[in-house]
Design a protein around this ligand. Sequence first.
Ligand SMILES: [Zn+2]
Length: 222
Amino acid sequence: MDYKPPCASSWAWRKVCEVKEIFKAAYGQGKWTDADEDYSINVGYIWLTQHNLDKVTWFKSVWNKFIIPKHSFILRLLNHERLLTLDSLVKIGITHQTNCFLCGIHAETHTHLFQECVFVNRCYTKLLEWLQLQVSGQITATKMLKMRNYTGFIRLLMSSLIADVQYKVWTCRNVCKIEGYVTHPVTIINRVKADCRMWIMNVHVGRLKREEIEWCTRRDLM
Ligand SMILES: [Zn+2]
């Protein structure tokens, strides 16, 4: 029960041992204590979900039918802070460069690139101008997703637009890293708009309610 994996052991073995440490809390005197039944995978999984898993708040803004899979894939990595940003590359010794490719001033981290960078803020500002919406204080994706002045189709559409902007910011950063130029935020939002217009016209145009059609028409989406 008190076994600790050596530092040189593999990632997979260290993960197995981490799970063992979590499950120790449900054992007393060598027995499964949280239920009357004997231990089974099903009982263990239910105990784990009730006691040890943090609630994922971003699930619906990453996995919904309005977001195309390649965007969901990048957003999932972003929310787990698993994109290969410069701070991660420095930690594993691949580079010594730390400055953000898009602003050239601050250290590139997930928080900087998708929340604080002047570049992403210009993209969010242009997105809100186009959608005729306003956010008080600093604009972030979380604030935009929590805005209360829209529901249903429009809310899902917003999650799709924000996902597209974040995907394009990450792509723009990668292009800048490889080819050395930065796409203008206005161009990024124009591409988001073009994607969205094509998607609405091809997939949703026949299913929209009158007020949703009016909302889209006022924003040049139909
Ligand atoms: Zn930056």
